[in-house]
Design a protein around this ligand. Sequence first.
Ligand SMILES: Nc1ncnc2c1ncn2[C@@H]1O[C@H](COP(=O)(O)OP(=O)(O)OP(=O)(O)O)[C@@H](O)[C@H]1O
Length: 352
Amino acid sequence: MGWTTKAVFRWLRLCCSSSNESSAADLPARGGGILVVGGADAPELTVREVNEATARFSGARLVGEGDHARVYRASLRTGRAAAAKRLRLVHRDSDDVIASTRRQMSAAASRLRHRNVARLLGYTVAADLRVLLYEFADLGTLHDALHLHGDRPPLSWAQRVRVALDAARGLAYLHAASAGAAAHGDFRSSKVLLFPGFRAKVADGHKVFRRQTDQEELGYAQVRRASTVAHMPPEWFSMVHMTPKSDVFSFGVVLLELLTGAPKPFDFDATDRGGCGNLWSWAAPLLAEGRVEECIDPKLGGQYPRAGALELGRIAVQCLQEDLTSRPSMDTVARLINCDVIFRDQHGCRLL
Ligand SMILES: Nc1ncnc2c1ncn2[C@@H]1O[C@H](COP(=O)(O)OP(=O)(O)OP(=O)(O)O)[C@@H](O)[C@H]1O
């Protein structure tokens, strides 16, 4: 049975299982071994302070919602805007869990410093409340910019490649910060946050600090949604430990989203675009054969460099290799993206 078939079975299982039926075995194991990379502590906010910053998590402040959290716009005492991510807790945490979570948050806030990783500005940890305060992404997520842009113009080639490079650098940093021991484990276009100038930062970098207890793993399993599965590499479906190379696969799927504009990688129906199957089983062979015109995002209106798109496609195909040892590291991926042919427009003018 090929991994695509296994993926479908596992996806169906996730769709069909009620939250109580999920188990820790549905989840990748996560590594530790975090390398200290320096920096000052970010503040722990009391429950009262975080209530104040978010107007008691008022509905008017709600900016987004995922499977694990609701995100509110917060105003810090410094005047800075923050995104307050209030995690859904499936049970009251014990004192031990609270203490270890507090240590992880403090470490993540003080040590993860990179311009392409969304910075944790503060956190609140209590028995029934967990809030992470991140820098606020004024331009939302890459997923929304690509697929839900409404009246705004679609992302240009220059913006797409800038975002791809920033996100690759953010992931490479997280891998380096954990000395190669941990993966983000949940990378997708909605985890790429956009800031003015379409500079991108990877969200949820703190996850590389998470050493989950069995209980926490279970809580995580209970709320994992099937759509997440679209970016998961083959090894995730065979329950193998997730590694930085698993993030490389997920990054390859995001590269395909940037190239093709296809909104739902797993559910993507290629018949509309002259093919069949899911996004990567359709696009990867076309890109490998240099048939980029057949899969490029029509919203680009032909405004892209053919050679650059082919090169980005080649990189995506390398990231999407089934054998994880054959995939390049994120550091290599970032270096491959940062090349002249990708950063030129269709007229040969240098971008940025
Ligand atoms: N730093 C931020 N700045 C602005 N908006 C944000 C920020 N972080 C998240 N959001 C918004 O909140 C939404 C939900 O966040 P996110 O998807 O990370 O939640 P989650 O529950 O951890 O996700 P999931 O469980 O689905 O992986 C995002 O789609 C985005 O619109």
